[in-house]
Design a binder for this molecule. Structure first.
Ligand SMILES: [Mg+2]
Length: 227
């Protein structure tokens, strides 16, 4: 069988970035901001990133996007932060945002592979997802990675799923897609002819779940769904 997996909220999570941003601004740039200011800055940056991340389909696009994100962050922080050179602030911003794998993720991926399943990540993310998967130890545990920014099209469009299946050399029939959103993961999987599995980590999913969709509390549930 083939198992496709979303990244954020499914395989990896990010730590709240504001405390780390605050610490790095003080350490590296001598700029003091309070907790609320750091949070407001990150909120503005994240909103901008979500709108614009499709631009980062290659390394040059990623570098340009990170500079623009740093400029948005600076604009949302108190005056002294705006004196920080944009490239330096972009580096600090990148270091403030840390991802880690959900605790059960490595063992579940290893078990799925041990059973002979082919695995691919299908994510609405920029090209830096490859770095995140390396840093979190997940890269060697999957066979292919498809990002929306590199492809130029995002879930729920079926194309990212089709590209992942093609990379694995398999057909949609018999494949699963595991993800944490109804709008992108479940809808996209249906559109691609792949069976969706919804990860609802905090209990009930936010959106109504279509009939016939398996809901699991974390990735361990995928081991049953993939039998
Ligand atoms: Mg997700």
């Amino acid at each position: 069988m083939t198992v496709l997996l979303d990244a954020l909220g499914t395989l990896v999570r990010f730590e709240p970035p504001a405390p780390r941003l605050r610490m790095l601004l003080a350490e590296r740039h001598g700029v003091e901001v309070d907790e609320d200011q750091a949070r407001a800055g990150m909120r503005a940056e994240i909103a901008y990133y979500r709108r614009e991340h499709h631009r980062a389909g290659d390394r040059a696009g990623l570098a340009a996007l990170r500079r623009d994100c740093a400029a948005v962050l600076a604009g949302a922080l108190p005056e002294p932060a705006r004196e920080i050179p944009v490239d330096a602030l972009a580096a600090t911003l990148v270091d403030a945002i840390r991802f880690d794998a959900y605790p059960e993720a490595p063992a579940v991926l290893d078990e799925l592979r041990a059973r002979g399943h082919a695995l691919a990540v299908v994510s609405n993310w920029d090209v830096s997802l490859h770095d995140v998967l390396v840093a979190t130890g997940l890269a060697p545990r999957v066979d292919a990675v498809v990002t929306s920014a590199e492809l130029g099209v995002a879930k729920p469009d079926p194309r990212p799923f089709a590209v992942a299946l093609e990379a694995l050399g398999v057909r949609a029939g018999g494949a699963l897609h595991v993800g944490d959103t109804v709008a992108e993961d479940v809808a996209g999987a249906f559109a691609a002819g792949v069976r969706p599995v919804l990860v609802a980590r905090d209990g009930a999913p936010e959106d109504p779940v279509p009939d016939g969709v398996a809901v699991v509390a974390d990735l361990r549930g995928v081991l049953d769904a993939a039998r």
